[in-house]
Design a protein around this ligand. Sequence first.
Ligand code: CTP
Length: 396
Amino acid sequence: MNIVVGVTGGIAAYKAVNVIRGLVLAGHDVHVVATDAALRFVGKPTLEAISRNIVHTDLYEGVAEVRHVAIGQAADLIVIAPATANTIAKLATGLADDLLGNTVLASRAPVVIAPAMHTEMWQHPATVHNIGVLRSRGVTVVGPAVGQLTGADSGPGRLEEPDEIVRAALAVLEPKDLVGRRILVSAGGTREALDPVRYLGNRSSGKQGLALALAAVARGAEVTLVGANLEVQTPASMRVVHVGSTLELAAAVQAAAPDVDVVIMAAAVADYRPESVAEAKIKKEIAGDRLTLELVKNPDILAGLAETRAPGQIIVGFAAETEQDREALLALGRAKIARKGSDLLVLNRVGWTEGFGTDGNTVVVLDRRGDIVMEASGSKQTVADRILDAVVARFA
Ligand code: CTP
């Protein structure tokens, strides 16, 4: 996609660099339009190097190619970060006294703004009114966050985190094909307590599950995330239930499942738990040279959900396998989906360095006949979207 990033003159302009970088790394062609004031805070060479394109500032440059409208006409999305109170006022009135103002007026693309200013300015009736005007025109406003501002003060007005701005901006471009759908996603890895300080666990970070939940929200779904020991922050755009053990995960998932259209079991679930949990810390003096743990089998949550699913409900399982050979991996996946009874199975290879905690993933999605319905490789966000494509295809 062709994305225009408008950078305006506030201290937070230095953070625009990370917004631009995030959009570039997501595979987009990013064109920066910076105001003169923005360039007092962040250097043009930095913006050019990070965006991999020439940075435009001057309304009177490139006149022969009608640049003041060409940039806006070519844009699929305009993101303004940071958006100062001054820029917000100009956008609200439709002023076009600089290149960014012209670009916005000359464009039919959706506009996302990330305001950044001091609390007094954000809460001033003029700004409140202007933001209302922009919202009524369909502009997406991301943040501002509440926190430490440039001076000693803190409060609402801080630029939202760059990652969140990128996510919210790209969400605007998503197809809204999950509007009206309720989706339950489990993510993370369960932990089975041995004693008050120790547990048996796994290396799942919850990144793929969270990416699925976020992608579903972006496509219009109402999402419940059941997170087991997540190592990632959860956003306010979904209902989150935090759990620890497999039995807690089972209870939370079973409680939420009857009300949803889709269940995606991305959590890495412990198959066994200690038969008993020690009341106090297990001591070497008492345990001696060898310690034997007696483990009992946990319920298979996914198989249970598949068995009791409501008509039309779609159940998606995951299978993380260490098998290296592709055909053998597929055979494991086919056997697993047959055993679990889910509608789809997302098969991925994991190992010491693959899968867990990483930012990328490679998956094959199987249906109940064992046929490959989709293969995807890339960032966990990209993979999440492709998995949701496979879910949407089943609704059709
Ligand atoms: N799962 C579950 N309940 C369990 C174990 C796993 O719901 N007690 C779910 C996982 O969330 C995942 C799928 O089942 O969606 C496959 O998990 P996996 O660990 O790969 O399969 P297992 O059934 O544990 O089989 P095995 O470990 O023997 O390969």
